[in-house]
Design a protein around this ligand. Structure first.
Ligand code: MN
Length: 289
């Protein structure tokens, strides 16, 4: 029998996933209720965690081993009801992590899982908070299919709490365009044709504390094809990493989520991109602490 990797993100030995000492907490939220095209995002968290057991734990750019800070993996939030009720549960769980001084990493699930985390972050950081989104879709519909917490409304809920910055956007409804702040949207087509000064502009407009929400469809589908609503013309691995490095150098990142992986067995590279993204971002953040 092949040896089974230890449970939890990173496949870490017990001493590095000890809940008593871990500085980082991974919260899986296998929720897929409001997605409108392909289903299966509820398989995302377990798939990312399984892929993460195959990563090298030394991060080359930061020359660090962030797992030594301790990464605990919490029991998943399992919820089959409305996204509105889910937001309450996620808010409570995220607030508890802030109170325990643990750095929260939420794994979706579809994008509606982020709403509770935005609320917890806003409750803790108030006017010093901004929210940075990487995504193909603006997700700024006021209401969709009868809910204000549908995945298509996530960033409309976010901007009620804090200023938002949207990066990689390339799918939007005309009604959403009319209501957004053009200074705070970095469309994918401008990112890919202009030099990298867009990154400094995106970072400059952040408040001191930043929550980051990463929808994996923000990447180009040639890199991450396993999402429910793929859109061509997305960001590259290096662009996303550069942006997150610049952000981390200039601002305090207080938590993040990675959402919308829709695992397909034959597209396993997507699973690994998601796992490595989580680990790289953690390495970047904690190398400065
Ligand atoms: Mn999204």
């Amino acid at each position: 029998m092949p040896k089974k990797p230890p449970p939890g993100f990173g496949g870490l030995p017990a001493e590095f996933r000890n809940p008593k000492t871990a500085q980082i907490a991974v919260l899986p939220i296998p929720y897929d209720k409001t997605s409108t095209w392909q289903k299966g995002a509820d398989k995302g968290p377990a798939t990312i965690i399984a892929a993460s057991a195959n990563m090298e734990l030394y991060d080359i750019p930061t020359r660090s081993e962030v797992y030594r800070r301790g990464i605990q993996t919490l029991s998943p939030i399992r919820h089959a009801g409305s996204p509105d009720k889910l937001a309450d549960k996620v808010q409570k769980a995220t607030s508890a992590l802030f109170t325990a001084a643990k750095f929260p990493v939420l794994l979706g699930g579809e994008h509606s899982i982020s709403i509770g985390a935005f609320r917890a972050a806003a409750a803790k950081y108030g006017d010093s908070l901004s929210i940075l989104q990487i995504d193909a879709h603006a997700d700024t519909r006021e209401e969709y299919l009868g809910s204000k917490c549908n995945h298509a409304c996530v960033m409309a809920r976010a901007r009620e709490l804090a200023p938002i910055t949207q990066v990689g956007i390339r799918a939007i409804d005309a009604e959403e365009v009319a209501r957004l702040d053009p200074q705070r949207v970095f469309y994918a087509h401008t990112i890919t044709t202009e030099p990298d000064n867009w990154m400094a502009a995106a970072v400059d407009q952040q408040r001191p504390n930043v929550y980051v929400t990463i929808d994996l469809d923000g990447f180009d589908p040639s890199l991450v094809p396993a999402t429910g609503t793929p859109e061509p013309g997305g960001l590259s691995w290096n662009q996303v990493n550069q942006l997150l490095e610049m952000l981390t150098a200039e601002r305090n990142v207080i938590g993040f989520d990675v959402v919308e992986l829709l695992p397909k067995k034959e597209l396993w590279a997507s699973d690994f991109v998601a796992a490595k993204l989580v680990y790289r971002f953690l390495s970047t953040i904690f190398a400065r602490r």
